[in-house]
Design a protein around this ligand. Sequence first.
Ligand code: CP
Length: 332
Amino acid sequence: MYKRSFLDISSLKREEIDGLVRLAARLKAEKKAGIEQQYLQGKNIVLLFAKDSTRTRCSFEVGAFDQGARVTYIGSSGSQMGKKESIEDTARVLGRMYDGIEYRGYGQEIVETLAEYSGVPVWNGLTNESHPTQFLADLLTITEHSDKPLEQIKVCFAGTADNNVALSLMVGCAKMGIEYSAAAPAAYHPDATLVERLRRENGARITISEDVATAVAGADFIYTDVWVSMGEPTEVWAERIERLAPYQVNRRMMELTGNPNCRFMHCLPAFHDLETTVAQEIHRQFGLSEMEVSDEVFESEASIVFDEAENRMHTIKAIMVATLSEQPETTF
Ligand code: CP
């Protein structure tokens, strides 16, 4: 992975994904044992966040600090990029100053352009189309919470099965041999051509169904995400709530899996209570006090969402180390 960018899951081989998760697990164990080795001393990293973030930003910052690198954070209004300076020119400038560039924002073509013109590794911190660093954290979390070989694990995504998180999860599961299903209304099914390609190229076992019972049967992990993603207009709320309400992850859905050991996953943030201004506004307009997941499931023993959130940092750290360090033990 040395000197390579990390732009989407599709462009990675199974061995590379496996190598990144193994490296993350090692760095995690070494950090907890107080024996972490620093591979990024002297490196400078810039974080471009055109959209807000808690987990991804903090993961890049803490991961870089742990590894001895220095970080510059630039928010949505903190640079000339896209306003007075093109993506291409910005990439060429940043590539002269930094060893690696993270980008969170809009189209996938933006991270691809940054990678093409900067000459340094670029990491996708979320685009409209994909959220590949999230998948690595999901995979590490799945391996920590299951004793089964990957080929015997089933992951079911409930809700907006065509959003960036769900698509990276589906592609990642296909690459890793994990069975994947989605419980979703037809309007939010992933592109059928992509599903067919994953089946053809990876022998992927993928079921996309409007029927909740069919999709969740036998699942080891139920995964969901917010019904409206960052950047989408508030006008879509009414339609999303009406269509997605039957796909809320709640106790009934968890029981429908037939698997008492089924775990609940969520990339976060989650609308499971009324403790946020957005949730309060939704409650005022639509009367809902929880959305994609019930508070009962979110707070249950089955919920592993905070392990998953912590693993964002260990896996993002692994991505930075693998792409910026040429030490033999980080090279694969
Ligand atoms: N899951 C995730 O990407 O979280 P943030 O939006 O807080 O980075």
